[in-house]
Ligand binder design. Structure first.
Ligand code: OSB
Ligand code: MG
Length: 368
């Protein structure tokens, strides 16, 4: 696995919908991409961090700075035995897992292309298609919520996730559950509550939710465990899990019964697979989350989801939901709630260089 050169591109894409969560409203996406060149091939990855540190602590500006000055100088001009060896070369650094993940994920794509093997197969996955659900932002009222859910249920999505926040929780959940008694339904609070809200959250027990995602603080495990003792509905952690060690601690404490794995959040595919394995050893199912990625990140997510303990539908819904035109050439479209895994080596998808040049804000090349 030879790394000859790298490109960092930042693209800006308008979202096709207004995405409201407990931390605000999003209408466009700034997408950092990393391309690694080696042996005449390219591997590509997408950064999942946002301009502001709202989800976790990482930011686009911070990641770009670390890539240029710290992470890429460690790998450029070097040859690694495999992607795990490259991951280890960045292993002395603390945190900043989304930024490190960009290097690691691009290396996996490059390695897959080098070997002529699909990424999912390299990771040990066997599925040729994965079940997907959809994450729906906060809507202006109950009627709009039920209507949006209806549209996505009709499209065949296998699970509906509603974003909630204090003051907008039981109301939309009750309305949706009454309209759709049998759908697989979940909620995601993105850390908007505290233990003082436990009785409010307990009211959600009445609606047969598959789990409640990340109700409490982004860096907490102990309060989630206490909340878990007060609720019947299983808890799922997203923000709180950055490593396999976090997953082990969270599952051991009873802070979660389900884990949302985001490749980027945990530092790449190797750590994502370790989180997957830890969860399996606890008998806990995992599912693959998303960060409103372009097709580049989405393809990585889909390949990871081919591992066996991804037993609940992921958030990797159709690319056409998010963008009028994607940054890759291949369509990534779910049919009846099922997303085909792109065939071909590595991620199996290719950058649309023409469109990327149009929407790129910055483009730089780095050499050893
Ligand atoms: O908490 O899962 C989340 C999007 C951006 C940041 C955080 C989250 C999300 C989503 C959307 O829920 C998932 C997607 O459709 O990619
Ligand atoms: Mg989440």
């Amino acid at each position: 696995l030879r790394i000859d050169a790298a490109e960092i591109v930042v693209a800006r894409l308008p979202l096709r919908f207004r995405f409201e969560t407990s931390f605000g409203v999003q209408t466009e996406k700034r997408i950092p991409l990393l391309v690694l060149h080696g042996d005449g091939l390219q591997g590509v990855a997408e950064g999942a961090m946002e301009p502001a540190p709202m989800f976790r602590e990482e930011t686009v500006a911070g990641a770009l700075s670390l890539l240029r000055d710290v992470f890429l100088p460690r790998v450029l001009g070097r040859t690694f035995a495999n992607p795990e060896a490259l991951e280890a070369a960045l292993g002395t650094f603390r945190g900043n897992r989304m930024a490190r993940a960009m290097v690691e994920m691009a290396a996996w794509d490059l390695w897959g292309r080098r070997l002529g093997v699909p990424l999912g197969t390299l990771l040990g996955g066997t599925k040729t298609e994965v079940e997907v659900g959809v994450s729906l932002g906060i809507q202006p009222d109950e009627a709009a919520t039920v209507e949006t859910v209806r549209r996505h249920v009709e499209q065949g999505y296998r699970r509906i996730k509603l974003k909630i926040k204090p003051g907008w929780d039981v109301q939309p959940v009750r309305a949706v559950r009454e309209a759709f008694p049998d759908i697989r339904l979940t909620v995601d609070a993105n850390s908007a509550y505290t233990l003082a809200d436990a009785s409010r959250l307990r009211a959600l027990d009445a609606y047969n939710l598959t789990y409640i995602e990340q109700p409490l603080a982004w860096d907490d495990l102990v309060d989630h465990a206490e909340l878990g003792r007060r609720l019947q509905t299983p808890l799922c952690l997203d923000e709180s899990i950055a490593t396999a060690a976090d997953a082990r601690k969270g599952l051991a404490l009873g802070a979660a019964q389900v884990i949302n794995i985001k490749v980027a959040r945990v530092g790449g595919h190797a750590e994502a697979r370790r989180v997957h394995d830890v969860a399996a050893s606890f008998g806990a199912p995992v599912w693959c989350g998303g960060m409103l990625e372009s097709g580049v990140g989405r393809a990585h997510n889909i390949h990871l989801s081919t591992l066996p303990n991804f037993r609940l539908p992921g958030d990797t819904s159709s690319a056409s939901r998010y963008w009028d035109r994607d940054l890759i050439r291949e369509p990534l479209e779910a049919v009846d709630g099922v997303m085909p895994v792109p065939a071909g080596a590595g991620t199996g998808v290719t950058l649309d260089r023409e469109y990327l040049a149009e929407v790129a804000e910055t483009h730089e090349e780095l050499r050893p």
